[in-house]
Design a protein around this ligand. Structure first.
Ligand SMILES: [Fe+2]
Length: 202
């Protein structure tokens, strides 16, 4: 079953009401909106990208936090959307959004043990990230708590201040910059130009 961006937004807004506006809702809305802007710009450049799907994936990428637990939210979000009957195209973003470079160790907030969840480790290693999923990887690294859009630099510092620095932090920062450069190259301009308000958030 497909998940439209309208349905996805409704899903998170329902959780906002039900759960008393937890912090991850504004972030999710921001990721969905930001993803939509980047996807639209790519589409205008002639790339084959599904703008509505990019927004939908952004809205639901953190849906696994509905149970109040950050730890394990990738798997719980994946299962939540699967049980609702959505296609893998939509469920997979719950798994992919925190991991860059097809590597479970390329993430913020410490180094996961690859043996903790062999399914997730193998999935991340073998999955061919779609353009829409890569957009969500980037937007998750541009949207902090709250509804603002940050440069990746500021967002990375935000993550380090909140979650700490670990032996994989340099690796994660370098891969984040590569991802940003990848989209700048596709667009032919600095994607921050799409977000004039970013200057107010420096
Ligand atoms: Fe997120």
């Amino acid at each position: 079953m497909k998940l439209t961006s309208n349905e996805a937004l409704r899903m998170v807004e329902d959780f906002r009401r039900e759960l008393g506006n937890p912090y991850w809702i504004d972030h999710s809305v921001c990721v969905g909106n930001t993803a939509g802007v980047i996807a639209k710009a790519l589409e205008e450049k002639g790339y084959n990208v599904d703008v509505d799907k990019a927004s939908a994936l952004g809205y639901v990428h953190d849906i696994g936090k509905y149970n109040g637990k950050d730890h394990g939210h990738a798997m719980s979000g994946y299962k939540y959307l699967k049980e609702k009957g959505y296609d893998d195209d939509y469920c997979n973003v719950c798994l992919t959004h925190s991991y860059l470079n097809n590597d479970i160790k390329c993430t913020a907030g410490g180094i996961p043990d690859p043996n903790d969840n062999p399914f997730l480790t193998d999935f991340i290693k073998n999955h061919e990230y779609t353009l829409e999923e890569k957009i969500i990887n980037l937007c998750d690294l541009m949207c902090p708590h709250g509804g603002k859009v940050f440069t990746v630099d500021k967002r990375l510092i935000d993550l380090i201040l909140r979650k700490g620095a670990y032996s994989n932090t340099q690796y994660h920062v370098k891969e984040t910059y590569k991802l940003k450069a990848y989209f700048d190259d596709l667009l032919g301009f600095n994607l921050y130009d799409l977000f004039p308000s970013i200057k107010d958030n420096l």
